[in-house]
Design a protein. Structure first.
Ligand SMILES: Cc1ncc(COP(=O)(O)O)c(C=O)c1O
Length: 368
């Protein structure tokens, strides 16, 4: 028995890996996936300018990245028209969510999220001893009204929501989000996760207003920019809030090559336009494949499509497991009633050829 004295909070946490990656599934099955369309990565990848810049700078890998990330923050500031002091960059949204939990949560503090939404917020909130209060989805959307009502009763320190949402791919219009934000007490910080923001149609992302002291918005280079493996995201908020991150963030967390890549990526907005077109085409094909199999889809504002398998979680899980056996990596929502669905990331033509071929077999196997 170890005599090490872990923090009490840590001793209470389960020692399980919460995120089972495709690599883990490949190791346990001994077979690689032929189609990796489950983690909402951008299979179309980054711009060729990004790859050239990585190549040009690879010899500087021995250097730490700029801890102030000045060039990258300037580029983001130019793109979005916000001040450089209103931007913090981190190792993906995932890490930034962890930093916010570190900044705000004392053990026992209440936070509010939606039941079945992107799980990393819960992971970090639990890791800091937060008491999570979850609101059910309504019609496959985050339930803004119930979130606000619950916030007015529970006085949470943090309220998390993703718009567009993962795992359902749905979104609220900017006016709905603005109205929601204006109805929340200034004592509660709203964490608005816009990881899929670039994919959303006009009218989904509210205008940026950094004078609000209780709103922080998260964006990432992992999705539209195609750089999930390099771990870069950023948050935008009031400068007083952004300054607090200096107390706890991992200043050397975003490496030199990640910074170089993100800078080149942000300068190539033409590539984003191109990517959005490919994603739309892929999404339309996933809709068709679902329809060909008699399945309903949930209209998506993201780079993935959530397909309603028509029954309960057990049935959808069988469909998912069959697809995985046929070497198609997809995922599914974790809680009912969302778990009647599987979630398919936009893929290349050959990814979707395999999906189209495998789905009817998976449905037949699940029906047996
Ligand atoms: C809603 C949402 N937020 C954040 C992330 C992760 O972003 P990052 O790669 O920047 O950590 C994801 C990834 O799937 C996501 O779906």
């Amino acid at each position: 028995m170890s005599t090490l004295r872990f923090a009490r909070l840590i001793e209470e946490l389960p020692a399980t890996v919460p995120f089972v990656g495709p690599e883990n599934l490949e190791r346990s099955s001994g077979r690689t996936f032929l189609s990796r369309i489950g983690a909402n990565e951008n299979v179309f990848g980054p711009s060729s300018n990004v790859l050239e810049e990585i190549d040009r700078f690879k010899g500087t890998s021995w250097q730490y990245g700029d801890p102030e990330l000045l060039e990258l923050r300037s580029a983001i500031s130019d793109l979005l028209g916000v001040d450089i002091d209103e931007i913090v960059v981190g190792e993906g949204i995932d890490a930034l969510l962890g930093y916010v939990c570190h900044l705000f949560i004392d053990p026992g503090d209440t936070v509010i999220t939606s039941d079945g939404s992107y799980p990393t917020f819960n992971f970090h909130a639990k890791g800091h001893g937060g008491q999570i209060h979850s609101i059910s989805y309504v019609s496959d959307h985050v339930d803004l009204k119930s979130l606000a009502e619950s916030a007015s009763i529970k006085d949470p320190k943090l309220i998390y929501l993703a718009n567009p949402d993962n795992p359902m791919g749905t979104s609220w219009d900017s006016e709905d989000i603005d109205e929601f934000v204006s109805g929340i007490s200034e004592r509660s910080l709203i964490l608005l996760d816009e990881a899929y923001g670039e994919f959303a149609g006009d009218g989904v992302l509210p205008a940026i207003n950094t004078s609000l002291t209780n709103l922080i918005r998260f964006r990432t280079f992992s999705k539209a920019y195609g750089l999930a493996g390099l771990r870069i995201g950023y948050a935008i908020g009031h400068r007083d809030l952004i300054r607090e991150f200096e107390k706890i963030r991992n200043h050397f967390g975003v490496g030199k090559l990640s910074q170089v890549a993100a800078l080149a990526a942000i300068k190539d907005q033409g590539h984003i336009t191109h990517t959005l077109r490919l994603v739309e085409e892929s999404k339309a094909r996933i809709y068709r494949i679902a329809a060909d199999n008699g399945l309903r889809v949930i209209q998506s504002d993201t780079n993935f499509v959530t397909i309603d398998c028509g029954y309960d979680g057990d049935y959808a899980r069988q469909v998912l497991e069959s697809l995985i056996r046929m070497r198609v990596f997809v995922r599914m929502p974790a809680v009912a009633p969302l778990d009647r669905c599987i979630r398919v990331t936009c893929g290349t033509n050959s990814d979707l050829d395999l999906f189209a071929q495998s789905l009817p077999i998976a449905l037949a196997e699940a029906g047996e």
